[in-house]
Design a protein around this ligand. Structure first.
Ligand code: S3P
Length: 197
């Protein structure tokens, strides 16, 4: 990888970190099936960063799988915990964080994500549906006659929010995880992708 040329790549300056926020985390956002959980450990390994799956942290801290949290405690409780886990990890540094697809529906989270290097992994509803498969465990797909149509509806609502807080948007359409990681590394700001030795 040519670090020299990457250092000169045009890149919007990051929003300065607010008190208590580290600026060098990478947050991956996008709908279910966009590849966040697959890409996160690969990218973290390439950068020498830690990796975090926010859903796993929520599940651990609430003591239930995500599906049960939605069913037994309701989406509001899930979103509260999601907000507090996102803030917790954004106060640490050098992590690649896989966020749940709905992280952007909480207004506070947008502010937090804008202060990180947030990457929107994008794919069409048809591709997302194919990757997700007939997954009955996912709360937002419950009762859907067509998974692709349900995802298209959710994507229409969320796409502006994803774009609002992402510094990088990357299509994952037809790409394997290694290709996604390579393309992502090439777009990261030089201070993250080639830190001083
Ligand atoms: C959700 C996506 C899920 C999980 C929860 C809510 C959403 O994460 O956080 O079921 O609102 O889109 P993934 O995007 O990792 O599947």
């Amino acid at each position: 990888m040519d670090h020299e040329s990457r250092a000169h790549r045009p890149f919007a300056p990051p929003t300065p970190p607010a008190a208590g926020f580290a600026a060098d985390n990478i947050c991956l956002i996008g709908l279910m099936g966009s590849g966040k959980s697959t890409v996160v450990p690969l990218l973290a390994q390439r950068l020498g960063f830690a990796f975090v799956d926010l859903d796993e942290e929520i599940s651990l801290s609430m003591g239930h799988p995500i599906r049960e949290i939605f069913e037994q405690l309701g989406e509001e409780k899930f979103r509260e915990e999601e907000r507090s886990q996102l803030r917790r990890f954004c106060q640490q540094e050098k992590q690649v964080i896989a966020c749940g697809g709905g992280v952007v529906v909480t207004a506070d989270n947008l502010e937090c994500l804008r202060r990180q290097t947030t990457v929107y992994l994008k794919a069409s509803p048809e591709t997302l549906a194919r990757r997700v498969g007939p997954d009955k465990e996912r709360p937002l797909l419950k009762g859907a006659v067509s998974v692709a149509q349900r995802l298209a509806t959710i994507l229409r609502e969320r796409e502006p929010l994803y774009r609002d807080c992402a510094k990088i948007t990357l299509s994952t359409e037809g790409k394997d995880p290694d290709t996604i990681v390579r393309e992502l590394l090439a777009q990261l700001p030089a201070e993250i992708s080639s830190p001083a030795p």
